[in-house]
Design a protein around this ligand. Sequence first.
Ligand code: 13P
Length: 269
Amino acid sequence: MVSSTNAQVVAGRLPLVVGNWKMNGTRVNCVELLAGLRAAGPFDAEISVCCPFPYLADVALSLQGSGIGWGAQDCSEHEPGAYTGEVAAVMLAEFGCRHVIVGHSERRVYHAESDIQVADKARMALSHGLTPIVCVGETRSEREAGSTEVVVKRQLSAVIHALGHCVSQIVVAYEPIWAIGTGLTATPHQAQAVHAVLRAQLSAASTRAGEMRLLYGGSVNAVNAQELFAQPDIDGALVGGASLKAADFSAICRVASHVALGSTGKSRT
Ligand code: 13P
């Protein structure tokens, strides 16, 4: 159950854990997975699941009334029209989506999505009442070249430029590409350092930056989540592989719930 009285709610930063199923699952096993997740709840953090488009109706049915949200992994930057194969944000809203991931590195790399396109997708999502989860992150070679900060700031700056002060309505996910699906996680210190850079950049654009949720993504599991979530600027996670098993995902949700309840003694910047 999402409580409205804990410290993080007052600070405006209830921890958020989002599952990104990517292109995984079957119609049958996604319903089983969600039954397991519901049974493991309720949680004191905000939880959401971003599934493949064809499963949205089933996911909505499975999660209705559970307090767990759902969403998609991409949307078009256009309003409905002649865009074969695309899915409009307004259609996601029809399915009750709360979130939509935009600019995931797998979209940027495999589909050549530009920073501006990602920003336009975020704007379209917001205009239809969805919360975009905007992903940023550097490659391994960019990190080794010392350009992590430049890369993530460039990616976020396109979104800030497109949204202006409305940028406070988005969620940002820092996902270092070298940590996605590799079992390599950024150390809590590495992740916190980038999150602090992002929050500072957001603070220059919005007076509400202190209330925004910044998620970490990249090989998150219930063990490394504890230290990651303890960092002052890490407000939850975008979870890939571990979101495909109810037990693994709910264990991460429980770690976030402990933060939400203030039982970890976490202090906020
Ligand atoms: P993994 O948790 O499998 O590394 O995936 C992270 C991710 O890309 C979530 O969007």
